[in-house]
Design a binder for this molecule. Sequence first.
Ligand SMILES: C[S@@+](CC[C@H](N)C(=O)[O-])C[C@H]1O[C@@H](n2cnc3c(N)ncnc32)[C@H](O)[C@@H]1O
Length: 307
Amino acid sequence: MKVYKTWAKDRDFTLYEGDCKKLIARLPDESVDLVLTSPPYCIGKKYEDKTEADDFEKDHQLILPEIVRVTKPGGSICWQVGYHIKNGVIKPLDFIIYQILSQYKDIHLRNRIIWTFGHGLHGVDRFSGRHETLLWFTKGATKNFNLDDIRTAQKYPGKKHYKGDKKGEFSGNPLGKNPSDVWEIPNVKANHVEKTEHPCQFPVALAERVIKAFTNPGDLVLDPYVGSGSTAAAAALNKRKFVGSELDSKYYSIAKKRVLAALDGILTYRKDDKPIYQPPANTPLTTVPSKWRNHPSYEKQIPVHSS
Ligand SMILES: C[S@@+](CC[C@H](N)C(=O)[O-])C[C@H]1O[C@@H](n2cnc3c(N)ncnc32)[C@H](O)[C@@H]1O
């Protein structure tokens, strides 16, 4: 599949280097099956010149009406955001997205998904942040929800019905369980196989789960804020069409490289069904240092798996 730089109706894969407003203005009404993105949070990241939550709101007042316009009836809009943080005060950015989108009579919130992960900054004056959110909206009543394509491993696969007609039979779905609205997927930090120079990637596994659930092969996915290309790569891996934009030329090149690797089947990424790493017990890394023995909270530090 060819990756084009400019969008045209007959082009299956477009990575536009430039402002998303320009790209989206060219897209026809009701042409996109799924919008999946993570916008700039306006918290002073390398690629951000705006730093206020008001800036985030103003930008979204402009972009979201366009997103609604290009989404097909029955299509999905998924906005992945965290918190605006300034001087120790936090503001949940999904509230802003919800406020704007809930003004549309035909836009309905279907799930507020908590994406939780194990690594991040250690808080000193509040609890360490270990989640962000993903809002899933649909346009209109129809929704594509391919649950069987995104089921995850059962917690108790050997569980059986204990009463009724099916007593003694296995009670779980052999295809796996509904992943629920709390998703534990490792975030892309230093040692993650997907880490690029981009400071805020979301994992391909998160994008794949969304794409598989809400679209079918051949459907069109839009990501206005491509970044390192995680949504685009997931679209390529799953035979979806794609259109997206990235303003920064360095991130654009990274995204293009990852998309081409995905199309060639050689992208390095962490698959969704890979279990979360559990450090083995009784290794130097998981053993409480003996010099902490006299510390009052020593007992609390002993990992559960080592007992
Ligand atoms: C939070 S990051 C997206 C990260 C992406 N989900 C990933 O996994 O790599 C937001 C990206 O939007 C880009 N950006 C900011 N304003 C933009 C605009 N007006 N049009 C297109 N891209 C923009 C930034 O350069 C940044 O790479």
